[in-house]
Design a protein around this ligand. Structure first.
Ligand SMILES: [Zn+2]
Length: 313
């Protein structure tokens, strides 16, 4: 069987796995020739080093995957395949590429928001756009910028926008500072808002309650949407994207949050009326964008002939 798998790998039709390691959940997709054939979600209840190898081994056994893409919430040393640090994960300095080397021929590791942005550019809401900014609102907030089809990484760690201090409050952020953007709007913040309304403390519960017509849930989502708009307006002033895509768990709240963000941008962006209106849209597959993007990066990395990221040596 390994013969048929390696032939398939050579023509790009062998399966790849894309994995999104977030603050609370781990999502994975299996992709063959650009098509998702399986997806799964689980709670992140173990360190990366304990959780990742069995997940990959199962994907090799069940789907014959030959390459993996891993998106992780936090600072990722992409060239070396290392997870450096993240406020929502206790693991630091994990050599992810080294962990996978005994299992697979090819792997690539990137920031989760970069993966989500890439998915939206390849096959989602930002297809064909030249400067595509994707804001991923999950447990926290991250951003990915795709310019002319390339992920823009700055010197390495670009896009940690959730920790812009935005002047809205003094709530403590998991990063250790106060007043970060993600303390005003994020899955974590929406969970806190849901708990205040006596709901299960999740963004999903708040979105369901709002969809059911609860005025207090709708108000909480609009408040968060307004803060989303404040941060997006700031990023528009710096980056001037031609589309802004919102991905992550808050996509479940749909236009309730986005309309509030659009209102805030429309009323607050300097030069409004003299610049094009922002194209602020929901991701096409928001909750899964990071895993899908990681799978695309895995497939491209394999077909480029690259094996593992170069590691420490
Ligand atoms: Zn922070």
């Amino acid at each position: 069987m390994s013969g048929s798998i390696s032939t398939e790998a050579a023509n790009g039709r062998a399966a790849v796995i894309g994995i999104d390691i977030g603050g609370e959940r781990v999502k994975s997709v299996i992709m063959v020739a650009g098509r998702i054939i399986d997806r799964s979600i689980r709670l992140r209840d173990a360190p990366i080093t304990a959780m990742l190898p069995p997940l990959i081994e199962a994907a090799i056994r069940d789907h014959g995957v030959t390459a993996a893409g891993i998106g992780i919430a936090g600072l990722v040393d992409h060239p070396r395949g290392r997870f450096v640090w993240g406020p929502h994960l206790s693991d630091t300095g994990v050599d992810v590429s080294g962990l996978l080397r005994p299992l697979l021929d090819s792997s690539v590791v990137d920031n989760d928001a970069n993966c989500a942005a890439y998915a939206e550019w390849v096959m989602g809401a930002a297809v064909g756009r030249r400067v595509a900014l994707t804001i991923s609102v999950g447990t926290g907030i991250g951003a990915g910028l795709v310019v002319d089809g390339e992920i823009w990484r700055g010197a390495g760690f670009a896009g940690e926008v959730g920790h812009m201090q935005i002047g809205g409050g003094d709530l403590e952020c998991p990063c250790g500072r106060h007043g970060c953007w993600e303390t005003m709007v994020s899955g974590r913040q929406l969970g806190i808002a849901a708990a205040r309304l006596g709901l299960e403390p999740t963004a999903e519960a708040l979105a369901r309650s709002a969809a059911g017509g609860s005025p207090r849930a709708i108000a909480a989502l609009r408040l968060a949407g307004g803060w989303l708009g404040v941060g997006v307006a700031n990023l528009m002033l710096v980056l001037d994207p031609d589309v802004v895509v919102v991905a992550g768990g808050v996509s479940l709240a749909g236009d309730l949050i986005l309309d509030a963000a659009r209102d805030r941008i429309a009323s607050g962006l300097p030069g409004r009326g003299h610049r094009p209106e922002v194209d602020l849209v929901n991701a096409s597959d928001g909750r899964w964008a990071a895993a899908i993007g990681a799978a695309h990066l895995a497939a491209e990395h394999r077909s480029s002939g690259a094996l593992h990221d170069r590691g420490d040596e």
